[in-house]
Design a protein around this ligand. Structure first.
Ligand SMILES: Nc1ncnc2c1ncn2[C@@H]1O[C@H](COP(=O)(O)OP(=O)(O)O)[C@@H](O)[C@H]1O
Ligand SMILES: O=C(O)C1=C[C@@H](OP(=O)(O)O)[C@@H](O)[C@H](O)C1
Ligand SMILES: [Mg+2]
Length: 174
């Protein structure tokens, strides 16, 4: 059966926040592959990046996404870089993938507000974020079934837009 929604997008787009609220709204379970990785590794993500390096993290992430896509039938939020894996992109085919987009200024602000994100911890997080957006935007779009712009949109409103987009999509395909 698979997840009812798989939420992708750059750091700060709101995948974790919106995904959790969307699951509540639909009365189904929520899962975030970043949490799965932390649980399996027994260490925070920043620690995995610092001690094992990004490629090791990406390998763990690829496995975590594959397992979650098999096991989870609620809302699944992925880490922002998970779609860099071609295998993951192949595995996402046919799933209801929701791309939450966010622009540079708002995304950098939001990502800086919350938990440690090792990729953005360098000297110029804004430039890093811009490079990340430029490289990944076409990738997010290539795997997404729907795209929701989140800049200057309240969290509750984003959730409602996702609900509407998913139900329009399921009506269209039935
Ligand atoms: N639409 C929104 N408007 C304002 N702040 C938001 C919005 N969506 C998310 N946020 C905030 O941005 C930060 C990052 O959200 P998070 O869900 O961790 O993003 P992601 O999982 O995509 O990296 C959090 O502080 C969250 O409350
Ligand atoms: O974009 C990325 O490469 C990453 C995003 C993070 O998740 P969020 O997108 O939920 O912040 C986390 O997986 C890791 O720090 C790497
Ligand atoms: Mg997240």
């Amino acid at each position: 059966m698979g997840p009812r929604a798989v939420v992708i997008g750059p750091p700060g787009a709101g995948k974790t926040t919106i995904g959790r609220l969307l699951a509540q709204r639909l009365d189904i379970a929520f899962r975030d592959t970043d949490d799965d990785i932390v649980q399996t590794a027994g260490r925070p993500i920043a620690d995995i990046f610092a001690n094992d390096g990004e490629p090791a993290f990406r390998a763990m992430e690829e496995d975590a996404v594959a397992v979650a896509l098999r096991e989870h039938d609620g809302v699944l939020a992925l880490g922002g870089g998970s779609v860099l894996s071609e295998r993951t992109r192949e595995r996402l085919a046919g799933h209801p993938v929701v791309f939450l987009s966010v622009g540079l200024a708002e995304g950098a602000r939001r990502a800086g507000l919350s938990t440690a994100r090792p990729l953005l911890a360098g000297v110029n997080p804004r430039a890093t974020f811009k490079a990340l957006l430029d490289a990944r935007l076409p990738i997010y779009r290539s795997v997404a079934a729907v795209e929701i712009v989140t800049d200057h949109v309240a969290i509750t409103e984003v959730v409602e837009q996702v609900v509407a987009a998913l139900s329009a999509r399921s009506t269209a395909s039935s």
